[in-house]
Design a protein around this ligand. Structure first.
Ligand code: ZN
Length: 321
């Protein structure tokens, strides 16, 4: 470090001399720029090495984290997933219906509360018009390294303009129709968020054979719907069959059943599950049913949180077959 500091002083003195002597404007500005850049590089290098020797991930790790924390928002250290035991019982927290014009404080709080607990949520994002929603973009771009963005259909509308009773968007779509919708949606999500999208969540969890064919051809690796596949949902925070919120204990019991068959339990949730009749956040319900669930799951030593993309990396397998 001493020689580096000495070198900086030498370069700076030399360049300041150029600055003083030279009458050439370009030479003066360039010399000033080089002095500033040299000082910055040395100071940054010094701080990096200081942190590295203090046991913090080395210079490269420190630099990456520095950039992530200061320019991209806070990021999990995903290394911990790679070190998890293969016997870990995994939980995927799947949050659906992230869409243009619907992002609010509640969505942000639900995602932040998960991230703060070390849980990377799987967000089902409806692609149509999302590129025009500045509020959603601002948040998701910042938080994207802490979550996985999945494609949740194209526009999530029922077929033939139906309002309540009708066929789900991909229910009986042909290969060609599915291909078209998936392609434009994937293009928007990947272009907007600058991330690879490899998980598909069909609206209402229903899809046709043509959908699967179209997904495979477009590089999707996982589907989360209703069924027996690895990432199909096993539990949900709100039961539409009984019209009621499910308690953390009920959800964990359902996960225990799922863990008998596979090492994954996918829990489906929507932030609006925790609102009152006027659509406002019900704090007590939110704390008891949502945070209560996250905290209870986090308290088990052998339970870990994951998204399909990270799972694919650890287990080196994909689930679209
Ligand atoms: Zn949905």
């Amino acid at each position: 470090m001493i020689s580096l500091g000495f070198l900086t002083i030498l370069i700076s003195v030399g360049l300041i001399a150029v600055f003083k002597i030279s009458h050439n404007f370009v030479a003066r500005i360039t010399s000033l720029g080089i002095v500033a850049a040299t000082v910055f590089v040395v100071v940054f290098g010094f701080v990096s090495i200081k942190n590295a020797t203090a046991g913090k991930q080395g210079v490269v790790g420190y630099t990456q984290r520095f950039i992530q924390e200061n320019f991209q928002g806070r990021c999990f250290n995903f290394e911990k997933y790679a070190h998890s035991s293969r016997d870990t019982l995994w939980v995927v927290l799947r949050m659906d219906d992230i869409q243009s014009g619907a992002w609010n404080e509640l969505s942000e709080m639900a995602v932040n509360d998960a991230i703060d607990r070390g849980i990377p949520p799987l967000l089902g994002v409806i692609p149509k018009d999302i590129e025009n929603d500045k509020k959603t973009l601002r948040y998701l771009k910042k938080a994207k390294c802490n979550l996985e963005i999945a494609q949740h259909g194209w526009d999530h509308q029922l077929q033939d303009g139906a309002k309540y009773n009708g066929k789900a968007e991909f229910e009986d779509l042909s290969y060609e129709e599915s291909f078209e919708r998936i392609k434009k949606g994937k293009g928007i999500l990947e272009g907007t968020f600058d991330t690879e999208v490899t998980t598909f969540i069909p609206p209402r969890n229903i899809y046709s054979k043509g959908t699967i064919q179209a997904l495979m051809e477009q590089g999707f690796r996982d589907v989360s719907a209703k069924g027996d596949w690895t990432f199909d949902f096993d539990s949900t925070t709100y039961s539409y069959d009984y019209n009621r919120l499910e308690t953390p204990n009920t959800i964990i019991d359902q996960c225990k059943l799922a863990w008998r068959e596979k090492n994954i339990c996918v829990i489906m949730t929507h932030p609006q599950d925790f609102t009152d009749l006027s659509g406002e956040l019900d704090v007590e319900i939110y704390q008891r049913y949502y945070l209560g669930l996250l905290d209870q799951l986090s308290s088990y030593d052998n339970v870990g949180f994951i998204t399909p993309k990270i799972y694919n990396d650890i287990y080196n397998q994909e689930t679209v077959q």
